[in-house]
Design a protein around this ligand. Sequence first.
Ligand code: PHE
Length: 488
Amino acid sequence: MTGSRDRWHSRTSFIMAAIGSAVGLGNVWRFPYVAYQSGGGAFLIPYFIALFTAGVPMLILEMGLGQRLQSAAPGAFGAIRKRLGWFGWWAAGLSAGIVIYYSTILAWAWVYLWHSLKLSWSGRTEQFFVQEVLQRSTGPDAMGPPIWYLVVGMALTWIAIYLILRRGVRNVSRVVMVTVPLPLVLLAVLLVRGLTLPGAMDGIRYYLTPDFGKLAEPGIWLRAYGQIFFSLSLASGVMIAYGSFLGRKAEITNSALITGLANCGTSFFAGFAVFSMLGYLAQVEGLPVPDVTDSGTGLAFVAYPTAITKLPALNAVFGVIFFVTLLTLGIDSAFALQEAFTTGFHDRWKFSTEKLARVFVLVAFPISLIFTTRGGFFWFDIVDKWICDFGLVIAGLVQCFAVGYLYDVQEFRAYLNRMSEVRLGGWWVIALRYVTPAVLLVILAMNVRTEILETYAGYPRWATTVGGWGTLVVLAVLGYVLWRRSES
Ligand code: PHE
């Protein structure tokens, strides 16, 4: 079995690929805002505590489980308890769900890359995004046909994923040597440009001024854990699949630590590039910094493009740099997600890598076209919310219980320590058994409560039921069918 398994080129390529999956759009458009709204510089305290009490322990668990059992989530959980195989397929299904909507952001980025050449959005960024690019309708019930250029962007994304994945992990090893450092270099270019603009320091001050009073609010701590969770690509099966391509003697603990620190370092760094530019924008427009944008899509597709058109020179160049940064940030998260799902099939049925990549793309592409319609934005928003706030949190919980209580976790720790450069202490077991599940339970309870009290973003209840809960149920059914088949 070991002999035929696809392998990383080197330890460096494994770590690079793990960083590539972790470092994504979440680092650029989510972290800086969460930090700024949650106490600025003071937020780094709960953030790093979350990293060490939940993020790194879970990373070690996932990478270690994949490496030890030499299989992706379905096989790995099936090996712990037969019935958990169903859960493994469900978790892998979450990653398939994420890549299908995550590709939408990449489709927008392709469209914007094209428009960067002419800076088509000049003077009307918001209108350009909502009315001209998305052609957004009034709500999730008004979908309309797919919009052709978004379909083109979507097709480019899937073709790129297919070309990268068809030759397997060896090829991924090479690709991440470009898609991981390149966006960092480009972010550095944007940072230098941003810092040399007037107003930059106001932006940075907004980003980092510590407000220690905020640390007394429990919500801030939950946000820190939520951010760590999404940002490290946890509970989606990605790190289990990636770990499974490691050799029998591979080091885990230190690799997980490096991945966690590199990811969080990138987030912190990206915040400077984002906020220096927002500080400039605020000054040009004569607005306070918080008024120039919201987080999320508004930041990447409205505020940042506005700032680019206001630059004194080389606007198109910076436009291209920004959207190439987004594309290279996102693509390695996207193919990691697809790999997390398809590896389960390879483990069980030995399909070739090429065939799996091809069939997945041929099925996923038509589904993803839902998000290229005029109402697609709303469905994108709903699916994203449910998979991240409910799906991944539930998956994380089950994972902690499975390994913390049903697997011999002390013996697992001893196993990891035999190969490790740094010793894993008893704190790891405490983190997995108590700290992480407790935090996840609270997050889940709060999310469910909010959802019952008010429907998300004011969408009609039927839409969140179909798009949100419906997606999770469909994945559970799919997981069940795949599990039964894999058992027979
Ligand atoms: N970690 C990625 C980001 O920060 C998103 C992601 C989540 C990727 C889950 C894979 C799995 O953008």
